[in-house]
Write a protein that binds this ligand. Sequence first.
Ligand SMILES: Nc1ncnc2c1ncn2[C@@H]1O[C@H](COP(=O)(O)OP(=O)(O)OP(=O)(O)O)[C@@H](O)[C@H]1O
Length: 291
Amino acid sequence: MSTLETASAPPPQDTTMDHDAHTTPLLDVTGLRKVFAGANRAVEALQEVTFTVSRGELMCLVGPSGCGKTTLLRCVSGLLAPSAGAVTLNGAPVTEPPRGMAVVFQEYGRSLFPWLTAWQNVELPLKEKKVPRDERKRLVTEALDAVGLTDSRNAHPWELSGGMQQRVAIARAVAYEPQVLLMDEPFAAVDAQTRGELEDLVRALWQRLGVTVLFVTHDIDEAVYLGQRVVVLSASPTVVLDDVAITLPGDRDQITTRSLPQFAELRAAIYELVQRAKNGYRPQPDTERPA
Ligand SMILES: Nc1ncnc2c1ncn2[C@@H]1O[C@H](COP(=O)(O)OP(=O)(O)OP(=O)(O)O)[C@@H](O)[C@H]1O
């Protein structure tokens, strides 16, 4: 992993989950390739993507628009079969959506059932998992409480704001007690203030529950604010351009953290990388990564 050089003295790093992180790979993505075969032409979305996520880590993936972030996440979650390469969770190959993973998508409106209440939406996957009734009640209560929606438990999605609907989707994922939480641009459709609140919610849940998080975003600021690591992808056909350690303090807040010189430096360095990726930069085999 690279740590982009910063001019000032490094602050204490985010060691929040370091008791396990960086020691036990939980998710292993090796040589992932995905080619979509169309009637007239084939689209090579992913060329060769390799990375690991350690147990308890919060890792962000960024890359230029259309570089294959969603395709990658769909392959990682077992929703889409790769053309080559492999994904393993805890050493077991992922060939279909595994029990240990939960996914939060950008389109909360489409991922919640409008005829079910917030409570019922969160409970549904637990019923499908055959979790006993009392345990279901405990898990749903705790999850709705964790996202601040206890009072809205009987509301339907259409009675809730966009940010609240996304909180229901997060509660549903958390109640499932996944080993890995995959998030695909989950806050792209909410306003800036709500987005900040939801970012803090994700970090709080991550710290409290110790869940491993793989967070996909096109927003570089968001990736730096949230992550312990940011993996930068090239333009399609996609490879990994860099794997950047986020050397920011573990205690983050929207104002202080984003005002730190280190935040600006990390943001600028990753921004430049993504710009280079947009302009077609790709690592050459056997050459150094960009400084
Ligand atoms: N089902 C499909 N069939 C054919 N091509 C596809 C399919 N899904 C994705 N693609 C192509 O694969 C490439 C990557 O798409 P993908 O949606 O994964 O990118 P993305 O990085 O998530 O995009 P964005 O930044 O816009 O969210 C694009 O060229 C897209 O057109």
